[in-house]
Design a protein around this ligand. Structure first.
Ligand SMILES: [Zn+2]
Length: 348
């Protein structure tokens, strides 16, 4: 791998652009388009969309006796308008698994059905400490007491409807991307960080004129956060699937923001031992330091494909991400290591 250069600035450029592209599950087309545009630069790749809207990249390899696939997802947590309240504010219905307090105070964009966008913020209904006192700190945040305050003059349901907003409109949370000392801090590093690693691996190999060892499919999935992203889109001849998704950092976890990680078990049970062992050997071969971890409340697109009937070996790798499904953070060291690992897998 010595002759292969991973361009860290390019990873960061692509990632920041992707993070700033809103893509709540069900409304991820702009992030799919952004990724597709980046991959169009590589003539060896064939690109197409599934009917469900995912991006499938086909990359011819030196052999085709054991085709492979890797997947990462561009869809993120978010919400839909559940109800327009008589106050003109919005009740939301969550997309994906998160706690309301993790987005309290966050800016958001409402994508009205006819194309307008309206800015706002997510607040507890009883938000002012001067008015509601202890309630502000003590209320359990739930679907009923969280609301969107729109940055528009609206005091009634009719006012808000006049803005074009309807039940079912998508709502994206501001990513608030910041780069400091090699840290990338943003919402939705899950899983945009890993999409950036896949694109960086394609670039490194393509620039060096190196083909993957086997015919390889990259599935950029658009419904992972609700559990069925990679259920469709993997060609039936594929024998192995590596899900590239973030590693969760916290008490009792080995994962950290500076390492790439092999996830060997999560809520869906153990991953494929043989493929996991091969990934360990590849990491050792290239001197890529990695952690091995188990996640108690976690599922991946690898398991989505297993549950859909995919008869393949599935493994999970990805960079450590602190405060996952919250205001997330990782470090470039983990992104580079993940990219190196993907490259090692692709060429062996
Ligand atoms: Zn994810």
């Amino acid at each position: 791998m010595a002759e292969l250069t991973i361009n860290v600035d390019k990873i960061v450029d692509f990632l920041v652009g992707l993070l700033n592209t809103p893509s709540p599950t069900g409304f991820a087309h702009q992030a799919i388009e952004y990724t597709e545009a980046a991959l169009r630069a590589f003539p060896a790749l064939r690109l197409h969309r599934t009917r469900k809207g995912a991006l499938v990249v086909t990359w011819p390899g030196q052999s085709n006796d054991a085709p492979r696939a890797l997947t990462a997802h561009v869809d993120t947590l978010g919400a839909m308008v559940k109800e327009i309240k008589s106050s003109g504010r919005l009740k939301l219905s969550k997309l994906g698994g998160f706690a309301w307090n993790t987005v309290e105070g966050e800016g958001c964009t409402v994508f009205a059905a006819k194309g307008e966008t309206v800015r706002g913020s997510i607040l507890l209904e009883k938000a002012s400490s001067h008015v509601y006192g202890k309630v502000v700190g003590e209320a359990v945040r739930d679907d009923e007491n969280m609301e969107v305050r729109l940055d528009a003059q609206t005091v009634s349901k009719e006012d808000t409807e006049a803005l074009g907003i309807r039940v079912g409109d998508f709502v994206a949370f501001d990513p608030r991307v910041e780069l400091t000392n090699g840290f990338v801090r943003s919402r939705h590093l899950d899983d945009k960080a890993c999409v950036a690693c896949l694109v960086a691996a394609v670039k490194a190999l393509s620039d060096a004129g190196v083909q993957p060892a086997q015919d390889t499919t990259l599935l950029i999935s658009n419904y992972e956060e609700v559990g069925h992203g990679a259920a469709a889109g993997i060609p039936p001849e594929v024998t192995e699937l590596v899900a590239v998704d973030m590693a969760a950092v916290g008490d009792g976890q080995t994962s950290d923001e500076y390492h790439t990680t092999l996830g060997v078990k999560d809520s869906g049970g153990p991953y494929h031992h043989g493929l996991s062992q091969r990934l360990r050997q590849i990491a050792d071969q290239y001197g890529i330091p990695y952690m091995v971890d188990i996640y108690p409340y976690y599922g991946s697109d690898g398991e989505a494909y297993w549950r859909a009937g995919g008869d393949v070996a599935v493994a999970l790798i990805g960079p450590g991400v602190d405060a996952s499904h919250n205001y997330e953070r990782t470090h470039l060291e983990a992104l580079v290591a993940t990219t190196q690992w993907i490259i090692g897998y692709l060429i062996n």
